[in-house]
Design a protein around this ligand. Structure first.
Ligand code: HEM
Length: 397
């Protein structure tokens, strides 16, 4: 084998294993559902995945019951900004300011360390195999189930993003004080619809909100100097006690569903019917006749809510924005950093070939290739063992 082929073969392997269909990232493209996903993706490459994630969520839940809500929200905030790609987990770099510090996430999004710890366990069991985004997606589902909510089917094979944008997060995530029409428009721009807005808002059946996110309802609603007239009077008094009209109370917490804060049930909708919804954006669902009809239906039929929540969560979990990252089939090595095991492996492979070439030149070789090298080149062909089986016969779990 000539010296040049030592370089051309690995280079060819590197490029071909990237599966690039286009040299240009398709930023600005339409969000797709089920982009190359597979229900059995990890069946052979990481069969214990669901159990590992379940254990991680349960362990965290034992000491912090709120974590279920926080992981569910973390997943929503990841998927809603340019698709599910675990970009919310990325720390800022010199190249970009990430989503972590965007206004809706800073001092608000929680659960990062739980994903870190689950990723570490998953890496031990199945090195360089499972994407951070698939872990986050699974952790959110386990959180829902652990809180008493429905199971929903998930397919896997999401690719980790290698960039994140604070600006995109600020622009795309819904605000609790923006009009319902704006919120609905944000959802429809992702291929979700008005029913998804109503049913996914039902996630506010668990978890907490900081006082500053709804405080204007309590004291000076839209500059009237009075509380929000749609807020039921005893709930108002209660919330005024939790969130006194001083800046010092801004970070105090109030339950999003005071009737059953940690239980995933339909009480959130009963609260809305009774005028005790916490966020302005929650209670606004009662103002529009179309959304209020759905709220009323869920308030009286918890099975309907569970079934609809499950199917909307599957939709949310499949939001993918096709970028160069998810076309290139990459799994992030570290939760917070951009490091990809693929890129690292490519570097190691090229360095290996370079060293072998130098070694052979130094030893006057070239006529007797080492048997070890021949063997390794086969391994190279199989490089990308973290490109998992594409087919299989079982369920996603
Ligand atoms: C429809 C528009 C939505 C708005 C305006 C909104 C807004 C908010 C706000 C302001 C908070 C409190 C954050 C804080 O105080 O730090 C919150 C909490 C939460 N949100 Fe939403 N949200 C929306 C939709 C969703 C969706 C679709 C989900 C999940 C599918 C979700 C899940 C949660 C959860 C579980 C919490 C509690 C988190 C915790 O306790 O750590 N939200 N949301």
């Amino acid at each position: 084998m000539s010296l040049s082929s030592y370089f051309t073969i690995p280079l060819f392997l590197c490029l071909s294993s990237l599966h690039l269909v286009s040299p240009f990232p398709s930023f600005g493209g339409q969000i797709d559902y089920d982009y190359n996903y597979n229900y059995n993706y990890y069946e052979r490459s990481c069969p214990r995945l669901r159990m590992i994630v379940q254990n991680g969520v349960w362990a965290a839940f034992k000491t912090d019951t709120r974590i279920a809500a926080s992981l569910l929200r973390l997943h929503f905030h990841d998927c809603f900004v340019n698709g599910c790609d675990a970009s919310i987990l990325l720390d800022d770099t010199i190249d970009f300011r990430g989503e972590k510090n965007a206004f809706p996430n800073r001092n608000s999004a929680r659960g990062y360390e739980v994903i870190d710890s689950i990723k570490a366990d998953v890496e031990q069991a199945c090195p360089s195999t499972v994407s951070c985004v698939d872990i986050l997606t699974l952790a959110a589902r386990e959180s829902v189930i652990l809180s008493g909510g429905p199971y929903y089917p998930l397919s896997f094979g999401r690719k980790d993003g290698f960039t994140a944008s604070e600006k995109a997060a600020n622009e795309q995530l819904p605000s609790p004080i923006e009009p319902l029409e704006n919120i609905t428009a944000k959802f429809t721009s992702k291929g979700l619809d008005m029913k998804d807005v109503v049913v996914l808002s039902g996630a506010h059946t668990i978890g907490f909100a900081q006082c500053f996110t709804f405080k204007r309802r309590l004291f000076d609603f839209k500059g009237t100097g009075k509380p929000d007239p749609t807020l039921e009077s005893s709930a108002l008094a209660n919330l005024q006690g939790m969130c006194p009209n001083k800046d010092a109370s801004n970070r105090n917490l109030a339950p999003l569903d005071s009737a059953s804060t940690y239980r995933f049930d339909n009480a959130y909708y009963v609260n809305l019917v009774n005028g005790t919804g916490l966020l302005e954006s929650d209670q606004a669902l009662m103002r529009d006749p179309k959304t209020s009809a759905i709220v009323t239906a869920y308030s009286s039929n918890s099975y309907l809510f569970s079934a609809d929540f499950a199917s909307s969560m599957t939709k949310l979990s499949n939001l993918v924005f096709p970028t160069i990252n998810n076309i290139a089939q990459v799994v992030r090595f570290h939760v917070h950093e951009q490091t990809s095991p693929n890129l690292f492996s490519y570097f190691v492979i090229i360095a290996f070939f370079l060293l072998m070439s130098l070694h052979r030149l130094a030893c006057g070789g070239g006529r007797h290739p080492s048997p070890g090298f021949e063997g390794d080149s086969d391994d190279l062909g199989g490089h990308g063992s973290h490109d998992f089986p594409k087919t299989g016969g079982g369920s996603d779990d």
